[in-house]
Design a protein around this ligand. Structure first.
Ligand SMILES: Nc1ncnc2c1ncn2[C@@H]1O[C@H](COP(=O)(O)OP(=O)(O)OP(=O)(O)O)[C@@H](O)[C@H]1O
Length: 243
C-alpha cells in the first residue's frame, strides 16, 4: 500500500447542489487517522463528506479516497467509504436490524448463515440483541442510529464517515461508540458540532462558506473556531440562513 492509497486528497474540488456551487476550489490532504470536521450550519460539511462515498459527484477538480479516484464512479468509492447519515431514515432500508446488518456482509460475499451470525454477535456485543428481529420502524431514534453505525462498521470499510450521527444517542451509548471509534484501525472522518468530542482527534478541518478556513491540531482549530464564532455582540443566524 503506498501513501496515496491511505490518504484522502481533495485537489481544487468544487461540488454543486441543484446548480449552486457549495464547495469551491477546495484543496486539502487528509492522511491522518482521525479527522474532525467543524463549521457553521450550512457551511458545506455534509456536502463535502458526501463526495467521499460518491453520494455527491465532484463537479471540478480531483478527489482520491484511499487509492480510488472519484472519476472511477460512486460504486468504487462506496466500496472504500462507509457512511453514517445524520438521519437514520435516510440509511435504513430493511425491515429488521438483523437484516440491515446481514445485507452489507452478503454484498461482500459472506454466506447467509454466517452473515446472520455475525450480525447477531455485533448486536450482542452492544447489548442490543433483543432488537435483532424488531421492526426497524418501531425502534427509537437512538436505537435506529446505533443500528446505522453498526451496519457500516460491520463491513469494515477503509474509511468510516460519520455525519453528526450522535444527536439522538444517550450518554452511555455515545460513550461506548466513541470508545469503539477510538479503537478502529480504519480512518475516521467525524462531522460534529460537539467540539469536545473532537479534542483528541489527530486533526480538525474547519469549513466556512464551502472552503477551508483552518486545518490543523484540534487544540488550535477548536479554540480559533470558538473564538471566531462566539466573539462579538452581533451574533445572528448568518450560517443557518445561507441557502
Ligand atoms: N439538496 C440540496 N439542494 C440544494 N442546496 C442544498 C441541498 N442540500 C444542502 N444544500 C445547501 O448547501 C449548503 C451546505 O449545506 P450542508 O448540508 O453541506 O451544510 P452543513 O455544513 O453540513 O450544515 P449543518 O451543520 O446544518 O448540517 C447550504 O447552503 C444548503 O442550503
Amino acid at each position: 500500500m503506498n501513501e496515496t492509497s491511505k490518504t484522502i486528497s481533495f485537489d481544487h474540488v468544487s461540488i454543486e447542489r441543484s446548480g449552486t456551487t457549495i464547495i469551491r476550489d477546495l484543496t486539502v490532504q487528509l492522511p491522518d487517522q482521525r479527522v474532525g470536521i467543524i463549521g457553521r450550519n450550512g457551511s458545506g460539511k455534509s456536502t463535502l463528506v458526501r463526495s467521499l462515498n460518491g453520494l455527491l459527484p465532484v463537479s471540478a477538480g480531483s478527489l482520491h479516497v484511499h487509492g480510488v479516484s472519484a472519476e472511477e464512479g460512486a460504486k468504487k468509492l462506496a466500496r472504500v467509504t462507509g457512511f453514517v447519515f445524520q438521519n437514520p431514515d435516510h440509511q435504513l432500508i430493511f425491515p429488521t436490524a438483523l437484516e440491515e446488518l446481514s445485507f452489507g456482509l452478503r454484498q461482500l460475499g459472506v454466506g447467509k448463515a454466517d452473515a446472520k451470525a455475525q450480525g447477531l454477535a455485533l448486536l450482542q456485543d452492544h447489548g442490543i440483541a433483543p432488537l435483532a428481529e424488531r421492526p426497524v420502524h418501531e425502534l427509537s431514534e437512538g436505537q435506529k442510529q446505533l443500528i446505522c453505525i453498526l451496519a457500516v462498521l460491520i463491513m469494515e470499510p477503509k474509511l468510516v464517515v460519520l455525519d453528526e450521527p450522535f444527536s439522538s444517542l444517550d450518554l452511555r451509548t455515545r460513550a461506548a461508540l466513541r470508545r469503539k471509534l477510538e479503537k478502529l484501525d480504519q480512518q475516521v472522518i467525524f462531522v460534529s458540532h460537539e467540539l469536545d468530542a473532537l479534542s483528541d482527534y489527530d486533526k480538525v478541518l474547519w469549513i466556512e462558506d464551502g472552503a477551508v478556513k483552518q486545518f490543523g491540531a484540534p487544540s488550535d482549530v477548536l479554540a480559533a473556531y470558538q473564538e471566531h464564532e462566539l466573539s462579538g455582540a452581533d451574533l445572528h443566524f448568518e450560517g443557518a440562513a445561507r441557502a
